[in-house]
Design a protein around this ligand. Structure first.
Ligand SMILES: Nc1ncnc2c1ncn2[C@@H]1O[C@H](COP(=O)(O)OP(=O)(O)OP(=O)(O)O)[C@@H](O)[C@H]1O
Length: 244
């Protein structure tokens, strides 16, 4: 490229493109519509928060966006793949390879040690146990808990267990990381540390991170905030709206 050639434009590819997302749940004889035709893109290179009052549909929306809950209507493309057009097996494999999940409950396996817990996605993807453990330990080291690698989860503090859950979500280097209330159980300092780590590992030009949160201590760390109300997006911007 010559010195005068223009630099390539920095584009934010849509990590997730959601179109016309409707979700109904059956409740006895009636049907409740929880999402009312949501159209939104989640961009690569950004940390996107989904916020809103309890019951507004946040968990339902991110579950649909990451291939664990079928929409009643609509289409979801994750890095260009129409995920609900895949077969069940293809979708499981797509999730395993491309998506890491962090939930408020750490869901660690109590009977295996920390390194094995963090290595689960690699082993599930076919990697040999010893190589998977080594890779998991490298990430545990980055998270400052390598010295806990041989312990069982219940020998760790809540914040340490959370870091193991983060290691497990990131160990296979998924392009998309989806977190539901990742800091709710943590004190302010640990919560910000978790967010720093997520940004370091999960946000890059070809990666994206979505976080559902009520935690206003971390709102300033978002690149973009979607506010849901009664199953509709009522705000989409870099900051929280003034009235929230
Ligand atoms: N499996 C289900 N069956 C019936 N109704 C459901 C089901 N899952 C969710 N809902 C309803 O859908 C609505 C949205 O729920 P959702 O969990 O997505 O909200 P949320 O914004 O994540 O809430 P919170 O902040 O309390 O976690 C709620 O009214 C909830 O009761």
């Amino acid at each position: 490229m010559s010195a005068s050639a223009p630099a390539p434009a920095r584009t934010h590819e849509a990590a997730i493109s959601a179109r016309g997302i409707v979700r109904d749940f059956e409740a006895g004889q009636t049907t409740i519509r929880v999402l009312h035709g949501i159209d939104t893109d989640i961009r690569s290179g950004e940390m996107t928060y989904v916020v809103g009052e309890s019951g507004s549909g946040k968990t339902t929306l991110i579950s649909i966006m990451c291939g664990i809950l079928w929409p009643t209507e609509g289409e979801v493309r994750v890095f260009g793949t129409d995920i609900y057009a895949l077969s069940d097996t293809e979708l499981v494999n797509f999730r395993l390879k491309n998506i890491g999940f962090i939930f408020q409950q750490y869901n660690l396996i109590p009977s295996i040690d920390v390194a094995a817990n963090a290595a689960v996605p690699l082993i599930a993807g076919g990697m040999g146990v010893s190589e998977a453990r080594e890779r998991a330990k490298a990430l545990l080291d980055k998270l400052n808990i390598a010295d806990q690698a041989d312990k069982l989860p219940n020998q760790l503090s809540g914040g340490q267990q959370q870091r193991v859950a983060i290691a497990r979500a990131l160990v296979h280097e998924p392009r998309l990381v989806v977190c539901d209330e990742p800091t709710a159980a943590l004190d302010a300092r640990s919560g910000r540390r978790v967010m720093d780590l997520l940004r370091e590992v999960a946000v890059a030009e070809d990666r994206a991170c979505i976080i559902v949160t009520h935690d206003n201590r971390i709102f300033d760390l978002a690149d973009r905030i979607l506010v849901l109300e009664d199953g509709r997006v009522i705000h989409d911007g870099a900051d929280m709206p003034e009235d929230q």
